[in-house]
Design a protein around this ligand. Structure first.
Ligand code: GDP
Length: 296
């Protein structure tokens, strides 16, 4: 990571927020992500999506928002452990007919620990048994007091089924993100975070990343964790081959020698030799550590 005083801010521009969705199982995280994507991405493009996509960017009135579907799996935990916080804003989903549940409480704790602003999406308001006040009361017990109750947390009623409230949710995300004044340098060497990585037959290691600074380009010399390579191909969030990925954009990188750990930083280097040297040094360090641990 860069030290604060080494950062040159002359080329800084505002960047889109990166939003993650958390909440209890079955409260509608996946449905909400699917609904947002299908309502904001042109039908023809969305139609081509068959495999699970863990992150995507949508546009609302000229403002981009990147959503990441990671909190559910272990990757999110490992990212937190490694201190790579990709999230600018957290959406906490609570089902209007079910209220606060164990994983809701866990999510509140994790969200608060991250320091990112939290917006509560009260989902399934289309249901007859939906009860907004019940949800608000339950959340208030966990220091999540609604704005209209004199607290500081926005509660937005939504339905992943009908789409009701989703526009308001997106508007709220944009307001929050403007307050955060998120900025980065699109001209810098790229720095991204690996949110998923796997070995794909015929392609080799494929890493799904979110670009946090700079612009990631085909041909870039990259290092991630203990592995390195050159970007052979980039796929955007719709699986389309692209030449580059910009700020807060997400997509897949082909060209690393091996599969990097989820949560690791993928960083572009000036030269292939630098990328190789960093990765090799790290690999030696981790081998030395393993060796000393095994001889103790
Ligand atoms: P997740 O485990 O949090 O990802 O929850 P899912 O998105 O898988 O949703 C769990 C169940 O709730 C599924 O059967 C969804 O169809 C249903 N569901 C999700 N959102 C809504 C909603 O807004 N209204 C209604 N009526 N059902 C919903």
């Amino acid at each position: 990571d860069y030290a604060e005083d080494e950062i040159d801010k002359t080329n800084y521009v505002s960047r889109p927020p990166v939003v993650t969705i958390m909440g209890h199982v079955d409260h509608g995280k996946t449905s909400l992500l699917d609904k947002i994507r299908s309502s904001r991405v042109a039908a023809g493009e969305a139609g081509g999506i068959t495999q699970h996509i863990s992150a995507y960017t949508v546009n609302k009135n000229g403002n981009d928002i990147t959503f990441v579907d990671t909190p559910g799996h272990e990757a999110f935990t490992s990212m937190r452990v490694r201190g790579a916080s990709v999230t600018d804003i957290i959406i906490l989903v609570v089902a209007a007919d079910d209220g606060v549940k164990p994983q809701t409480i866990e999510s509140i704790k994790a969200a608060k620990a991250s320091g990112a602003p939290i917006i509560v999406a009260v989902n399934k308001i289309d249901k007859e048994t939906a009860n907004m006040d019940m949800v608000k009361a339950g959340m208030a017990e966990h220091e999540m007091s609604p704005v209209d109750w004199g607290g500081d947390v926005e509660f937005i009623g939504v339905s992943a089924l009908t789409g009701e409230g989703i526009e308001e949710l997106l508007e709220n995300i944009i307001i929050q993100s403007e307050l955060l004044e998120l900025e980065a340098d699109p001209t810098a060497l790229a720095k991204a975070t690996v949110i998923e990585a796997l070995q794909v037959k015929g392609k080799g290691a494929v890493a799904t990343v979110i670009v946090q600074n700079g612009t990631l380009k085909v041909g870039d010399n990259i290092v991630a964790d203990t592995t390195f390579g050159r970007v052979k191909a980039l796929l955007d969030d719709q699986g389309k081959a692209v030449k580059e990925l910009g700020l807060s954009r997400t997509g897949q990188v082909v060209g690393l020698g091996d599969v990097p750990i989820t949560g690791s930083a993928l960083v572009a280097q000036k030269s292939a030799s630098e990328a190789k040297e960093i990765a090799t040094t790290r690999a030696e360090h981790s081998r030395a550590k393993e060796l000393s641990a095994s001889t103790k």
